[in-house]
Write a protein of this length. Sequence first.
Length: 256
Amino acid sequence: MIPRMTDILSWTRLSGPFLIGHRGHPGAARENTPEAFEAALEAGCDGVEFDVRMTRDGVLVVHHDDRAEGPAGTIAVEGSLWVDLARMRFPSPQGPYRIHTLAETLEVLRGRCLLNLEMKPPGRVRHAAAADQLIAGLEALRPHESVLVSSFDADLLAALHRRDSGLLLGFLFASMEPFNHLEESEVAESLQAIHPRRDLVDRKLMRRAEEAGLMVCAWTADDPAETSRLAKLGVTAVITNRPDAVADALYEGMEP
């Protein structure tokens, strides 16, 4: 694998393809935890992707599912108070884990790699609160261009852009329909990236992205052959659960 070392942490001033660990390196440690992020960086990732949700009392936490199996049964992360979540430990195949706040996660990762925060849709009535909390949480993080915020929720991305026009934003989609209707969204002209599911990436999509000046971050590619296909098409980033398995395929043929 080609080492990728730079003093500039930027989604926009560096050329890909970037290798991004999906929720860190979930094959090595519990996903969305500091241990998984460390494992992803040790495996050679340029950055990590992780999921952000907002608790009932407005604390941003890093967790993919809204549900988690706690000691007393299933709990809803977004319906819980942070003071309660902070005390809980949850079982997983890799051992017990706790949910971390966004602030804790940024403290571990700041200045070390590219960051892709996937903001989970908080529900329309909480768009403003979620956007305010995320902007506040990212305020002290520099360089700002090391952070790319993505979401399936175009309205949430628009709310973020209204509060901070310098924030890098990416639109996630798992079928072509949302992308084909993206121009109807308020945020359409404010995006820097699209995040298509890997099988949606072809020459036509890449051409549309290039014409619009958008980066393309494909998810989730765990097969070396698929990773190589995406790299040859010219994607900006490949998001993977298996950086140890696909890194060589991503960088194949590149100059050291």
